[in-house]
Design a protein around this ligand. Sequence first.
Ligand code: AMP
Length: 452
Amino acid sequence: MQFDTLGLSPRLINALNEQGITDPTPIQTQAIPHAMAGRDVMGLAQTGSGKTAAFGLPMLDALMKNGRKAEPKTPRALILAPTRELARQIHDTLYAFAQGSHLKMALITGGVGFTPQIERMARGVAILVATPGRLVDLLDRRAVDLSKTEFLVLDEADQMLDLGFIHSLRRIATLLPKARQTMLFSATMPKQMEEIASAFLTDPVRVQVNPPGQAVAKIDQWLHYVAKAAKTDLLIELLDKHRDELAIVFGRTKHGSDKLARQLEAAGFAVAAIHGNKSQGQRDRAIAAFREGEVRVLVATDVAARGIDIPGIRHVYNYELPNVPENYVHRIGRTARAGADGTAVAFCAPDEMGELRDIEKAMKARIPVASGAPWQVSPDQATTRPGGRPAGKPRQGQPGQGRQGQGPGRQASNPLRRAAQPASAPAGASAGAQKPRRPASPRRGGGKPRAA
Ligand code: AMP
């Protein structure tokens, strides 16, 4: 199927062709006809599936056909995204699609001054891409008026909930006109999404390309059981095998990410770190340098990294496992973008057995083991392995568990890669791995996300 069969205007099809985009992705094939017909859409799609064009093209098509001039403060289309990086990326993608049209666009995110944004809105904007917090600030200052908004998009809605934007969203919902078209996209469907869906959507068409929470099939996933103290050495060893390729390393804390970035720099890697404590300028510069390949390793926390779409990212390292299981899928979705291949390597220390279990449960699949064996964590948090070996000394030379590559030989078959429906992944997916015992990690319980 090609885009011209979806009813999009020739102008948009040309813009797509200029970017080498000719065939719609599955989410685009499913969502665009409904959106073109004016229906509300609820899209369940994994990261990298082409969601931005799925909601952006029908919206641009409608706005271009109706050539109304942009009025001060009153965007005709509002797109909400959880992070500054994602908002910028959506803005830039739509800007490229809308090249040469009369449509004026603005990006409103935190981390920068209010005045230019207020002035920008006053000059008239047709399409506003915003993060919810800053949008509410501008609404409070009466710099934005949503009473004439015809199109609303909530992108990565699950992360907006994770980041605590529910109050901002509730507030925004009350300010929008009832007669509008709304599209909601999310990679997962947590319970609270029902409230969001019923507040924002009217009789939506549901489209779904993969069961929520499951990873892109083209990503080779591997797991190393490795003690906390041995993680940096292992990371350096693995990064060293592909110095010329882009890799993103996820840590949990801002401080830890900075420290790791310094260690990698000392080991001779071109590194940058991004997290919530960095200024917007620093974040933008780090992403730009990474995109250009001047920086090969980006150390990031979840909050700063969700929106990153850089086709060249070949490797994702979960240096520390996320405590929100869905974030594992988001993190590894930074690789294998737009049809490319990618590798996702996770490190699991004894106190992360709980997180690992939750991730595998959410994915309904085991991550194949590249080295080490499941930690046996006793209720008093003893960090010994089966056989009483001390933590941090992974068993060497086990069949199929060598560290020659990132996994047990690149040619070995990886069940997660093969399995389109990981729910049916064989029990022995993690070759040689024993069933992890139920851990007693003190970090679980509360479920409160750590600072990013
Ligand atoms: P998204 O899921 O919107 O972040 O898109 C992921 C990547 O896929 C982006 O780099 C897009 O440029 C790319 N992309 C979107 N639609 C298509 C398509 N139909 N064919 C090829 N690449 C696409």
